[in-house]
Design a protein around this ligand. Structure first.
Ligand SMILES: [Mg+2]
Length: 134
């Protein structure tokens, strides 16, 4: 569990949602719950994605519909000017990205590490299996 305020860069495709790029995949389990909790704790969330233009707008809108408005999108802070002459480098304390070496930690585990407690409290009750479902 982390007490200080962190800037956390979060990837979109394959991280917040299942990778269906350029479409928007289903949210990964506990992703939005964890992100909301991190924001409530005062951490700054930056959306850090290779999406741009309309595909980026769609991702940002999707996150907003799910309760997450980012501190900044594809930049280190809201006022930063994007200059395509330079390769992008971001100032963040943490990156949450499915391209991490060794793969991505599940959001349940991320929740435990950064928020503390158990994300399974957000689990929706499972639907009863139908006898006719096979
Ligand atoms: Mg990704």
């Amino acid at each position: 569990m982390v007490a200080e305020t962190l800037t956390i860069a979060v990837d979109f495709d394959g991280t917040i949602v299942e990778d269906e790029y350029p479409k928007i995949g289903k949210p990964n389990i506990f992703a939005f719950e964890t992100l909301k909790k991190l924001q409530n704790k005062g951490h700054r969330l930056i959306l850090w994605t290779y999406r741009y233009g309309r595909e980026l707008d769609e991702a940002v809108a999707f996150c907003k519909e799910n309760g997450i408005t980012f501190y900044a999108v594809n930049k280190s802070f809201p006022e930063e000017q994007f200059d395509p002459k330079y390769s992008r480098k971001i100032n963040a304390d943490l990156f949450i990205d499915d391209r991490n070496l060794g793969g991505m930690m599940g959001w349940g585990e991320i929740y435990q590490k950064l928020v503390g407690g158990d994300a399974t409290q957000f689990q929706r009750p499972k639907k009863k299996k139908s006898w006719f479902g096979f």
